[in-house]
Write a protein that binds this ligand. Structure first.
Ligand SMILES: [Zn+2]
Length: 373
């Protein structure tokens, strides 16, 4: 076991030492390392360029019944920029201090990519084989939206042939035994309401001014927001829960201090769970605009279509396997919505089971999970 642990730590450190950092990430070294590990595991490694300089690495462990829906273990190779002066240890040195490895990407999410592979190493050594094919994928550019990564990859013939039935991806790191499983993604709506009204001298008390309309709308929005906050049950970490968020992000208008503005524009960022009725939500916004006195036009900048949640009931065989594996490994998990996680979103649109999970303390879980499906 000690030898295996050393291999896992060495591979993780090596991966962390590759500065696959935005902007303009060079993925060559990541691909090289993953090819080496794949070879070491005696598994075929394929590299597909979804665009020049945008490789997706796919390591395949073929199942006994490859016609069955497969399991995808996904992670991204890129990491967000660093501000070196804020770091205690160099961000790409992967130093070990008091048993902890420090490095950009240690949590998000190079550790998970290596955990998949090291779990497979252990399972293979123990002589396991599985019904379903397992694909371990490493995608580029997740941190900048996945447009030139997962989003293009899922449109390839290669991906379609993979016939994925369930996938595991990232969540948020935890130091506790309890970790979060994301099974859905909130939909982002960003919009501006243009509140118009009569203009005139600032000394007049005109009716239905833009300012009055803004006041009405902001009152409504923040009343709604308070209601959602109450549903959080006083737990600020519950932002991941099944509730909507809405915030006023910009206010623009007016020409000078003594003139009532003809228009004030207020912008909002809003994240709505798929379980909410989006039509009702839109109607509620329209209703507020009418109540405000009319002449309040909503201009949508982004309006995501709802994506189906991964079902987390007994009917879902993959979910059952996931739950049983967690129980067996004595890992507690809590179901949560994710605020923004590109891959879950993209996979959700394809209607197979995507789950975000993040287990930074043990490989046992992945081993148990793959044994169970
Ligand atoms: Zn990530």
């Amino acid at each position: 076991m000690e030898v295996l642990n050393k291999i896992a730590v060495d591979n993780l450190r090596h991966y962390l030492q590759i500065p696959s950092v935005h902007p303009n990430v060079d993925y060559d070294e990541c691909v090289e390392l993953l090819q080496t590990i794949g070879k070491d595991l005696s598994l075929p490694v394929e590299v597909i360029f979804v665009k020049p300089k945008k490789p997706v690495v796919i390591i395949t462990w073929k199942g006994q019944r490859p016609e069955l829906k497969s399991i995808l273990l996904n992670s991204h190779m890129d990491v967000v920029p660093v501000f070196e002066e804020e770091w205690k240890y160099k961000p790409f040195s992967a130093e070990i201090v008091d048993g902890k490895i420090y490095g950009r990407g240690a949590q998000d999410m190079k550790s998970i990519g290596i955990q998949y592979l090291e779990a497979i190493r252990r399972l293979k050594l123990e002589g396991h084989t599985f019904k379903r094919t397992i694909y371990v994928c490493f995608v580029p550019d997740e941190e900048i939206g996945g447009e030139d990564g997962m989003n293009l990859f899922v449109q390839t013939e290669f991906f379609k042939k993979m016939n994925v039935g369930a996938s595991l991806d990232e969540s948020v790191a935890t130091e506790k035994k309890e970790f979060r499983v994301f099974y859905g993604e909130k939909n982002c709506w960003q919009f501006t309401i243009h509140c118009k009204g009569p203009t005139g001298h600032g000394s007049l008390l005109l009716e239905r001014t833009s300012g009055e309309k803004v006041t009405h709308l902001l009152n409504k929005v923040y009343e709604y927001r308070n209601g959602q906050k109450r549903l959080m049950g006083g737990d600020p970490s519950n932002i991941f829960g099944n509730i909507a968020s809405i915030n006023c992000t910009k206010i623009r208008g007016g020409v000078q201090d003594n003139v009532i503005p003809q228009e004030i524009a207020i912008s909002f960022d809003c994240r709505i769970p798929s379980s909410y009725n989006h039509k009702e939500f839109e109607d509620m916004l329209s209703q507020w605009c009418t109540e405000a006195g009319g002449d309040c036009d909503i201009e949508y900048h982004q309006k995501d279509e709802p994506v189906l949640d991964t079902s987390i009931d007994e009917s879902n065989i993959f979910w059952n396997a996931f739950r049983r594996a967690a129980e067996k490994s004595k890992i507690q998990f809590i179901h949560r919505y994710v605020v923004e996680l590109q891959t879950v979103d993209i996979c959700g649109r394809l209607e197979f089971l995507p789950l975000g999970s993040h287990q930074s303390t043990t490989l046992q879980f992945y081993c148990t999970l793959t044994t169970n499906i």
